[in-house]
Design a protein around this ligand. Structure first.
Ligand code: ADP
Ligand code: ZN
Ligand code: ZN
Length: 774
């Protein structure tokens, strides 16, 4: 028997399964979807069985070393999905398969060096991963000549957590005075027969010695059990009262959950219109039919609030997956899904791969968010994966947003997607949006970052016991370090970007590669001492605000204050308990927050994102203003938003003020058409990275000219040009952009280009749906 195995090997030059013989012992057992360990050259590697057959056309087939699963890790569906991803995003199938697993299941292999004599003797018994790369190379070569043997070592991450359950064997035990601890333990178990050892230990102060003694006497029996971590244990389980839907909400639910419905829907609902209520009811309807659901949300809005809403509605049948969980927690949630213990999965991007087997609905909340696009291989868009899985399971997909992507809205207009509008906010009006022209503030002599209107507004709210949310558009609040004598700015030694100064640690950091350094006392180029931080960071804004409004109690949320696990949640809880009257933060506060006591939203430097060199800059600014304005007046109290800008006449600002998506859409579509951008054209972005700038240029030039051979009215090649980040992690980056009208053969051309460069020194990355340009 032969297994066809996809091997996890970065250096593979061909993307196809390899044949491996299945030893007698495992022939009954092995099925596609299982993970195995296979020999590959001198190494042992992780493999995934994708098929089995009776014989191989090859001679000399090696054998599988070990089977790592008792039941398949991948369903047949996920195996097929990996082939689709590999085909449409031009990645290896192994890469697609691994992207579907939580990190804890991605077993990695190491190699133990076995060498008895000779010059390499010094490395005997060492693990390959501990040796410098040069040495590894030498040893690999030696291994080929059989001077050295490499023994596989498997590093499985420790993930399962165990506890003990204790069963009483004797009904009435008596204890001597000296054995009071044993007696305490015994009576505790008598009273709480289901208690676990971890808890008993705490409650009684008993030690393992106590436990062992009782076991030896034959009074108890100890059973080791797997326990699942529950990261949301602390969430209060309030009593749930289902909402009665409004007529429009009900119409949406009926359309989505119609018998045998398999379409894609755009649920276009203004902020606070009850989109989440529609999701909850639609999911409920599918669960009633015995089917399962996936709800995808942007990472940032996986707030405890959102999770709470789902836990309250569906109880323990919900699994939550996101990057804030520990390795073990993620593993447990994933296991629960794989073993059919849950019906609803709520999670960020990669939760779209949740191994459910009977999906009845897939929902993408805030479908316009950039985090739905994976920016490394496999470069997939979550929406496309959702649609593929929905076709497989014959179920509907719902794309929900107050500000859908232009391409999504365009498809709804063409009738490709079914359009479900919710034009009214539940129980209220959309808050009025006031625009403040910051140029006029300057003329008046106001040099602070806050307009008088905003300061007055905040003061009023504080007096009335209401709260304010202030959004600092991150783009407008970067800082850099500059020498006032020679004009030198401090740059990352590895990337073409300025270093940012972090005040509370007194250190400089690169946000792209993680480089850190102490803040120098003098300028590295002229030794002047006039080296200082320029620009305005969020902390500085907080200080100025505190100065202008002494009664302000400010909660600041930015990268610095939320870097620790759980910090995000704590700050929001504090704000909810009204421990602050102002929540001041960057983009991370724009979404998902639903605080009824917030009646004012202010946006500082609203237009700072307009200038980014990205054809989606206007769209992103419109989304940001609309989303954050939507945080005001969500309760009984009326809301207001104040948008500060230097471009008050700009159509993005004007249409956002009027809550007028339609006009914004028409205007933006005209510009996209004129500029030759999506959704009128499809894109393909090729990024070439090399250690030397000339190498990158030459390779990019070569690729551009190969592609120009296919140029036509419907296929245009631009470039090469410098990437927006022209240098990243010591690599020089050049790009070529291809625009086309959706021809299938574009993929073939690009795949050929990639294949020809498998062995080249430069790195070539292709993105068939570039979303954020860098
Ligand atoms: P969206 O997801 O569109 O921003 P939500 O679903 O969060 O809107 O609804 C906004 C607020 O209105 C929430 O507090 C929600 O509980 C409430 N709400 C919406 N629809 C209803 C309804 N039919 N009955 C009761 N409350 C509702
Ligand atoms: Zn200087
Ligand atoms: Zn860097």
């Amino acid at each position: 028997m032969i297994a066809e195995v996809i091997v996890d090997v970065a250096a593979a030059t061909v993307d196809r399964p390899f044949d491996y013989a299945v030893p007698e012992l495992w022939q009954e057992l092995i099925v596609p979807g299982m993970r195995v360990e296979v020999p590959f050259g001198p190494r042992a590697l992780l493999g995934i069985v994708v098929g089995t057959k009776a014989t191989s056309d090859l001679t000399n087939v090696k054998s599988i070393v070990r089977v790592l699963d008792e039941t398949p890790t991948y369903t047949q569906e996920l195996l097929e999905l990996s082939a689709y991803l590999s085909e449409t995003t031009l990645c290896f199938q192994a890469t697609a398969l691994l992207a579907m697993l939580p990190a804890a299941l991605k077993v990695s292999y190491d190699k133990l060096v076995i060498v008895e004599s000779g010059p390499l003797r010094a490395y005997h018994g060492k693990k390959m991963s501990q040796l410098p790369t040069e040495v590894q190379q030498i040893i690999l070569t030696a291994a080929k000549q059989a001077d050295v043997t490499l023994q596989p070592v498997i590093r499985e991450k420790k993930t399962s957590k165990t506890d003990k359950r204790i069963h009483l064997l004797e009904e009435q035990a008596t204890f001597t005075k000296q054995a009071s601890q044993q007696a305490a333990l015994y009576s505790y178990i008598e009273e709480f027969p289901n208690a676990l050892w971890s808890e008993i230990k705490q409650a009684t102060g008993a030690t393992s010695a106590t436990l062992n003694a009782l076991e030896k006497k034959g009074i108890i029996e100890v059973e080791t059990i797997d326990v699942r971590r529950n990261p949301y244990e602390h969430l209060v389980q309030d009593i749930f009262v289902p909402s009665s839907l409004t007529e429009k909400q009900q119409e949406a639910v009926s359309a989505i959950t119609a018998e045998a419905e398999t379409g894609t829907f755009l649920l276009h609902g203004v902020t606070g219109s009850g989109k989440t209520e529609v999701y909850l009811e639609s999911i409920h309807a599918q669960l009633e039919r015995g089917r399962q659901a996936i709800l995808l949300v942007p990472e940032i809005s996986l707030t405890p609030m959102m999770v709470k809403r789902f836990k309250r509605r569906f109880g323990e049948r919900v699994a939550v997956l996101h990057s804030g969980l520990s390795l073990g927690e993620k593993y447990d949630e994933w296991r629960k899904i794989a073993q059919g213990e849950v019906d609803v999965v709520v999670g960020a991007r990669s939760a779209v791969f949740a191994p459910l087997t009977n999906i009845g609905i897939i929902i993408l909340d805030e479908e316009h968010e950039t985090t739905y696009k994976q920016e490394e291989n496999p470069r997939y868009h979550t929406r496309d994966v959702a649609k593929w899985r929905a076709t497989y399971h014959r179920c509907p997909v719902v794309l929900g947003s107050a500000t859908p992507l232009l391409e999504t809205y365009a498809r709804a207009q063409k009738g490709v997607y079914r359009y479900l509008p919710l034009r009214e906010r539940f129980g209220g009006e959309l808050p009025p949006v006031d625009i403040v022209d910051m140029r006029k503030e300057l003329e008046r002599g106001n040099r602070t970052p806050f307009s008088l209107a905003l300061i007055e507004g905040i003061k009023e709210r504080i007096e009335r016991g209401e709260q304010t949310v202030l959004l600092l558009n991150r783009r407008g609040y970067t800082t850099f370090v500059l020498c006032r004598d020679c004009g030198e700015t401090l740059q990352c030694p590895h990337c073409a970007v300025n270093l940012t100064y972090h005040q509370h640690e007194d250190r400089l950091k690169c946000h792209y590669c993680g480089f850190e350094a102490a803040m120098p006392k003098t300028c590295p180029s002229c030794e002047s001492t006039k080296i200082r931080q320029f620009g305005t960071g969020t902390q500085k804004i907080e200080e100025e605000l505190a100065h202008l409004i002494p009664e302000a109690r400010i909660i600041r949320m930015d990268q610095d204050t939320t870097s620790r696990k759980g910090a995000h949640e704590k700050l929001l809880d504090a704000f909810e308990r009204k421990e602050g009257n102002i929540l001041l933060g960057t983009q991370m506060i724009a979404k998902g927050l639903d605080f009824p006591n917030v009646t004012l939203v202010g946006v500082l430097a609203a237009d700072a994102t307009l200038g980014i060199p990205d054809f989606r800059a206007s769209e992103r600014t419109f989304q940001l203003i609309t989303q954050v304005s939507g945080r005001a007046g969500r309760g009984q109290l009326a809301g207001q938003s104040i948008i500060q800008t230097y471009n008050p006449e700009h159509y993005v600002i004007q249409t956002a003020k009027q809550h007028d998506f339609e006009t914004f859409y028409k205007r933006e579509m005209q510009l996209r058409k004129l500029g030759g951008h999506p959704p009128f054209w499809f894109l393909g972005l090729i990024t070439v990275s090399a250690t030397h700038p000339l190498e990158a240029q030459a390779e990019a030039q070569q690729i551009a000219s190969e592609l120009r051979a296919f140029e036509s009215e419907d296929l245009v090649v631009n470039g090469p040009f410098d990437a927006p980040l022209a240098r990243l992690k010591n690599m020089y980056r050049q790009q070529v952009l291809i625009k086309h009208k959706g021809q299938e053969d574009v993929r073939t051309h690009l795949r050929d280009i990639l294949a020809r460069r498998q062995k080249s020194k430069t790195q070539v990355a292709i993105d068939l749906n570039p979303f954020v340009f860098m």
